[in-house]
Design a protein around this ligand. Structure first.
Ligand code: NAD
Length: 357
């Protein structure tokens, strides 16, 4: 079967970003999330869908609102400082909605960077934070470099290993450019984010070889439910192609998020628990911001003009695919996978709020 793990006009319905935001915020509020936190959660999820990161977008409102109702996520929540210095803070997310604590954590990192040039926070007692790029990108409007990382429960094998030991532990990094698009790298340290296997399963399509391996070391192409008979590959996939590097990066994320915060590394997390690390760096403390951006433009321009391999249309820079999705989706509406579209509407009715999408 061809590799078509993406949304198209036949498997999704387009909805405006504004309506999605309203609907999501209403669902969060209907399960007792305070309005300001409901709006933050809606903003982060809609942003993921707008940027084409559909696996971490609006459909998450269903599971998150269920987690709130069951008491797994605590609302109203409070992000509290356990210990801090001028440039660092250890925070507790208070077992609330991960999107809200990461957003508030990044606000703290940015405030520290405004005052002292650098801000770094590590957050424990947290839950799923979704698309990590969101928090790194919050630094851009302050002319800062932003970094964001998070852990997850194990779904990835270590290099040479046959068992899930690490989360997909993504890394986000955003740096502002001038005339060019900002650089926004947002990558799982596995070959792909786990959500893409779930999406393939729902769309009834195979996954490419290289995403996952069975415990016998055979490539998995027909996506299975979560079980112990297969694992996602670390970035690099094989020994020859550098799987030890993706594995090393995943451990780095576990150290900065889970060990540094004391919240626990991937293997120690309960399902749905995620620890997070965020950083903000004030560029102006290093050099003139316009000079920085001009050099970014030069670098990005040179990369864009790299001669391509035969059959390729052009060389991209991290953030380009998501910026293109944003340009399309803000004008033409955000595609929501049909099953999720029905699911969000059903969830709105279930929690006793109006359907507005
Ligand atoms: N919260 C969690 O537990 C969790 C876990 C894993 C992943 N995620 C999220 O899942 C999402 C998807 O992750 P992924 O690793 O599958 O992303 P991906 O492989 O789709 O993209 C990774 C990065 O590569 C860039 N990119 C894509 N094509 C490119 C090209 N040709 N040239 C240059 N750059 C290019 C993208 O802009 C992006 O920054 C991310 O938003 C991530 O934060 C979240």
């Amino acid at each position: 079967m061809a590799h078509k793990v993406k949304l198209n006009e036949s498997n999704s319905t387009r909805v405006s970003a504004e309506d999605l935001h309203r609907q999501l915020s209403m669902i969060f509020q209907a399960v007792e999330t305070p309005e300001n936190h409901a709006d933050i959660a809606a903003k982060v999820l809609v942003s993921a869908s707008v940027r084409g990161v559909d696996t971490h977008g609006v459909s998450q409102v269903i599971g998150y609102s269920e987690a709130i109702e069951s008491g797994f996520f605590t609302v109203p929540q409070e992000t509290t400082v356990i210990t801090e210095s001028e440039t660092t803070a250890l925070l507790s997310a208070g077992n609330g909605i991960g999107l809200v604590s990461a957003y508030e954590g990044m606000e703290i990192a940015i405030r520290k960077a405004q005052e002292y040039g650098l801000g770094m926070v590590s957050i424990r007692d947290g839950h799923h934070v979704g698309m990590v790029a969101y928090y790194a990108m919050m630094a851009l409007e302050h002319d800062m470099i932003g970094m964001s990382m998070t852990t997850a429960t194990p779904s990835v094998r270590p290099a040479l290993g046959a068992k899930k030991m690490l989360g997909t532990n993504p890394i986000g990094f955003a740096a502002p450019a001038g005339a060019e698009r900002d650089f926004v790298l947002d990558m799982a340290t596995s070959t792909v984010a786990g959500g893409k296997v779930g999406l393939a399963r729902r769309l009834g399509v195979n996954i490419p070889e290289g995403w996952a391996l069975t415990t016998e070391g055979k490539p998995l192409t027909e996506p299975e439910e979560e079980n112990d008979r297969w694992a996602l590959n670390p970035l690099g996939n094989t020994r020859e192609q550098g799987s030890h590097k993706g594995y090393g990066l995943a451990m780095m994320v576990d150290i900065l998020c889970g060990v540094l915060s004391g919240g626990g590394f991937s293997r120690q997390l309960a399902r749905g628990e995620n620890m997070t690390c965020l950083m903000a760096v004030d560029i102006g403390r290093f050099r003139d911001i316009d000079d920085f951006k001009a050099m970014m433009d030069d670098m990005i321009g040179q990369l864009h003009s790299t001669p391509t391999l035969p059959g390729e249309e052009g060389v991209l820079v991290a953030g380009d695919p998501e910026a293109e999705a944003t340009e399309d989706r803000l004008v033409n509406g955000v595609p929501v996978e049909n099953g999720n579209y029905a699911g969000i509407k059903a969830r709105a009715l279930e929690v006793g709020t109006e359907v507005v999408i």
